[in-house]
Design a protein around this ligand. Sequence first.
Ligand code: ZN
Length: 283
Amino acid sequence: MSEWRIGDLKLIKVLEHEDLWQGRIIAPMMTAENVLKEAGWLVPRFANEAGRIRISFHSLIVESGGLRILIDTCVGDNKQREFSRWNMKQCGYLAALEQAGYPRESIDRVICTHLHVDHVGWNTMLENGRWVPTFPNARYLLSRREWEHWSQITGGENGLVMNDSVRPVIDAGLVDWIEGGFQVTKEVATELTPGHSPGHMSVRIVSRGHEGVVSGDMIHHPIQCGHPEWKTGFDFDADLACATRSGFLARCADERTLFVGTHFASPTAGRIERRGEAFRFEA
Ligand SMILES: [Zn+2]
């Protein structure tokens, strides 16, 4: 577990799993060769010596206004998935939550930055053969724009994901439909950062003049700070995603925001520094 302070608030990371991937899975330009060109700062924290990138799947939890707010719910257990490493996965996620002091019943709000497979998994869990909400006392804050898009695609893995990880929380009456720009508490708000997906949201946390952001997937890996123009294969609108990423990084650099990467391996949070035309993640 990692922990950071933003003003009066504490932000913690609860890890589901960390993995080594070929960067090309995410972005064609993220080849082993290109990763190793920047080995000096990427290895070993964010890549290995073979140029494979380290990628993390974790939830972030912030307490604000008396609410325990959990951001993104990772891949999940027991789910039928196309990607073999995610298929019927078994992780110690719920135990890790408990150990961190946040048993699932104690969570008050769940925010999914978007409705991709690795951000909604623990929305639900398997109980007696049925998918039931993992966080029964939470309001799930989901983007209506995301739902309107992804719920139209009923086949393939997307259909499975909607059926096992999103519909059950809607059917249980636990969803509040929101968009980027929604004020969750006085200190925590969602922010529209579109491109990776239609209604993608990042989360901004402000307390006593200090500011932090949880990125979501408007960036996947620290190497993209130096190459915000690299397109990823999973983007709904790759040009818009690139523009969003550049603008967001520039604002974080100028405002000295604590930047918390949704897929950044440990140490996960740091500052964005300007480097010429681009940026660098300094943790
Ligand atoms: Zn993701």
